[in-house]
Design a protein around this ligand. Structure first.
Ligand SMILES: C[S@@+](CC[C@H](N)C(=O)[O-])C[C@H]1O[C@@H](n2cnc3c(N)ncnc32)[C@H](O)[C@@H]1O
Length: 247
């Protein structure tokens, strides 16, 4: 199933947990610099679209497009790998939490570079070190590693657009319920709505999901999770491999 198809299936409850995280939005909007015109690729419901610029959204999933709020930027049905725009037609191109869904991430990033002068991409370090940083994948959902086989490395993604890489620490009370958002609120992952807001769970399949949830529930009840992760409790923000690529 392609990613756009996945979102046509799991996207129905996206807005229950997925929304703008203002501290991360501020980083993205600052990185857009003085860009007046912005294309937001893999835009979904538009959580990170800057309100003070001319934005065009690009989103292949009809279900996601249908959930864009009234007054949101106009949205074109297309995919990153083939953007229906002329060369250099935007000041900036942005992509938030979407590159890992693209059939061909390098081709999509090159398309962003073709249509815009500046680029801001929020993604993650898919290397072994990257996914092992997070207790949820390391201790409960190691199947994630199989999803990442063949995935371009962060340096490869950055090289495709000549970007610099900046770490993004995730605040403990992150408002946007992406996969890593609840790192200090582990009970959240027991909630179906939280899991349905992230495609990772659909991708690993129901068996791995149920095993992970059962095991996490047991470890929370027994105190094992707290013992293993006692260092996290004192942190206000965590380094979980999330990155901004800025070019
Ligand atoms: C996790 S959502 C992120 C949506 C939005 N950027 C946000 O931050 O809320 C990933 C989005 O990427 C879209 N997507 C999947 N394949 C894509 C592709 N090839 N090109 C562009 N977008 C794609 C999905 O349909 C989905 O809306």
């Amino acid at each position: 199933m392609s990613s756009a198809q996945i979102y046509d299936t799991i996207g129905a409850t996206y807005t229950v947990t997925r929304r703008t995280e203002p501290r991360i939005a501020a980083r993205i909007w600052a990185a857009l610099g003085d860009a007046r015109t912005v294309v937001n690729v893999g835009a979904g419901t538009g959580s990170y679209e800057p309100p003070d610029r001319d934005v065009i959204a690009v989103e292949p999933s009809a279900l996601m497009r249908a959930q864009r709020p009234a007054g949101a930027a106009p949205c074109v049905a297309a995919a990153a790998e083939e953007l229906p725009f002329d060369d250099q037609s935007f000041d900036a191109a942005m992509a938030f939490s979407t590159v890992h869904h693209w059939q061909d991430p390098i081709a999509g990033l090159r398309e962003m570079r073709r249509v815009a002068r500046r680029m801001v991409v929020f993604t993650f370090d898919a290397s072994d070190t990257g996914w092992r940083r997070f207790w949820l994948t390391r201790d409960y959902l190691p199947q994630v590693a199989t999803l990442l086989v063949g995935w371009p490395s962060l340096p490869e993604l950055a090289r495709a657009i000549g970007a610099r890489i900046e770490p993004v620490l995730i605040p403990w009370d992150c408002a946007d319920g992406f996969f890593e958002a609840y790192w200090r609120r582990p009970e959240a992952y027991l909630d179906d709505h939280v899991r349905r807001g992230c495609s990772v769970w659909a991708r690993v399949g129901p068996n791995a999901e149920q095993r992970a949830v059962r095991s996490l529930r047991e470890d929370l009840a027994s105190g094992r999770w707290a013992k293993r992760n006692r260092d996290l409790i004192a942190l206000d923000a965590a380094e979980l491999g999330l990155r901004l690529l800025i070019a």
